[in-house]
Design a protein around this ligand. Sequence first.
Ligand code: PMP
Length: 458
Amino acid sequence: MPLTNMQVRDLENVVHPYTPLHKIRQTGPMMLDSGKGIFVRDDQGKEYIEAMSGLWCTGLGWGDEELIEAGIEQLRKLAYYHNFAGKGTEPQVALAEKLKEVAPVPISKVFFTSSGSEANDTQIKLVWYYNNAIGRPKKKKIISRMKAYHGVTIASASLTGLPYNHIDWDLPLDFVKHTTCPHFYRFGEPGETEEDFVARLVRDLEELIAREGPDTVAAFIAEPIMGAGGVLVPPETYFPAIQQVLDRHDILLIDDEVINGFCRTGNWWGAQTMNMKPHTISSAKQLTSAYAPLGAVMIPDFMYEAMEQASAKIGLFGHGFTYGGHPLGAAIGAKTLEIYQKRNILDHVRGVTPTFLKRLHALADHPLVGEARGRGLLGAAELVADKTTRRPFDPKAGVGAQCAKFMEKHGLIVRAIGESIALCPPMIITEDEVGELFDRYERALDETEAWVNKEGLR
Ligand code: PMP
């Protein structure tokens, strides 16, 4: 198909993140134009079920008038103010109060950022600041996991455990150490039970801490369910077992709820779904249902007290972003949380989850699908060349990307993470819409299967 004028203008002017830059000149970008509920339309008028909530973020879908009004009202009243040098705004206060009310563990204060990457960058800095304040200047290393996603700034990209965020970017920085990914289907060894697998991961972590020296390891960061690594659900016993090791070595647990947070996994927080007891929490994305950029770091009492002491030593707390807690984001965030509560979004998610998971798990019967996994309204099916041996496709064959293309043809926007085809629909999705989503997904899988056979890719 020849490129449209808009596609050509886009290609001449815009850099596309997470896109094969060497190919996009031929394929052109998909230009999105409008959205309503769980649907978006491209600029050619084609409608899609947006089954990824954009980037796992528009939990309330598109065109929510109450959120739009909250934003407009705030822009009219006070379009901008910062929170440096002791200033503050009412929307931030309202949102911080709400976050503390719904938090999974006791929280003292909230530090606002504009994004998830900034939130995780801030987490690292706060852990360092804290350990300096309490006289442990050597305790600075952060443990993350292979396949984790924590952002793209230099520090948060270091936490991320994915090759395309490290190769040719001179990352990760040395203070970050990655341990084993808790995805049993892919990383379990032949003959190993799930219990043995968790025991091995605990040993791996113990060994890593011993190698590095426990007095040099400050924190462990984890998404309860790993999102951008492929929607990887750990065994139920994983976090309690890992947490015992961390406690023994006085290592803080940072919970990255940027995708999991706000009802997505069937609880307010992924930590509740996955039995995690974090010390600090990062959130973003569904915090505002993505109607404005915002991130938040939720800080416990003991850390805030140390921050006060450190600030007394130097004269002030030297960290903050111009747009951290922007009144637009904060007002929309406060309204988003109010909506989650008053429209009972958690109950709604729990109500449609059985249908969603039933259809998701049924995908495992498809000849292409090795594993179908998920919790709440978050899931993925992993395509494999051989179901029995779990042999993956050659990544160069681009099976996942081709499958996502077929999905688009059938009016469904998904995310291909390698060969895992992820789903994270707006949480307002109805039972009927879940049915339609999976009907389209299955049609595209069948088409992918035919293409794989035709191309001889097995
Ligand atoms: N943490 C997690 C778990 C994420 O999924 C993401 C984004 N996908 C981030 C952090 C980074 O957020 P942002 O893109 O807003 O910087």
